[in-house]
Design a binder for this molecule. Sequence first.
Ligand SMILES: Cc1ncc(CN)c(N)n1
Length: 217
Amino acid sequence: MTDTFTDWLRARSEPDWTATVTHPFTEALFEGLVPTGNMRSYLVQDYQFVDDFLALLGSAVAKADRYSSRLVLSGAIGVVTNEENTYFQRAFDALGVGESDRVHPALDEATLAFRELMSDTNARGSYPEVLAVLTVAEWTYLEWAMRAPAAPPENFVHAEWIALHRNPDFQRWVTWLCGELDRVGAELDERERARCLRIFQQATRCELDFFNAHWKV
Ligand SMILES: Cc1ncc(CN)c(N)n1
């Protein structure tokens, strides 16, 4: 096999993968044309996604098979809890999001499904399975963000959301995640690889549904 494990997982997650990374929500974001109500609902739901995502990063730290991996994963926790959290707070201020929508909004079906996948994987998944969910979440975001034109939209709520997912540190993090999943994937037997694939496909579908939920035309 010449393909890496992650290439294999991604190829078998089509057409949802391409539909996610070329989603009209992202195309509108590049132009600063996501309507305020859609951007608001997307970010409010995404903040809830980030809560379980952070727990899943913690699960990866606990389940990793070596200290050097724990160090990289802990660095990603630092980004989510600092730069990304600060962005959410400033965006919520700009969009007039009140306390209850920041802390316990009513959750969309797409958010609930994604949170369930993350908390199940956290509770019962192996390290490769946890990495599969993290990799989908970060790799799809890098891929759509890399399609953005050089000129950012004016509004910081749009511009910084793109910048958070297309900077060199984020690229290095995603490259590391893919390499890490390739490394541990090489040790898996056929059944374990099939389980990773199912989770990778589910996570890709969750990403697509998440964008769709905020792009009802
Ligand atoms: C739904 C979703 N997926 C991925 C990411 C990138 N961490 C995100 N913020 N939100």
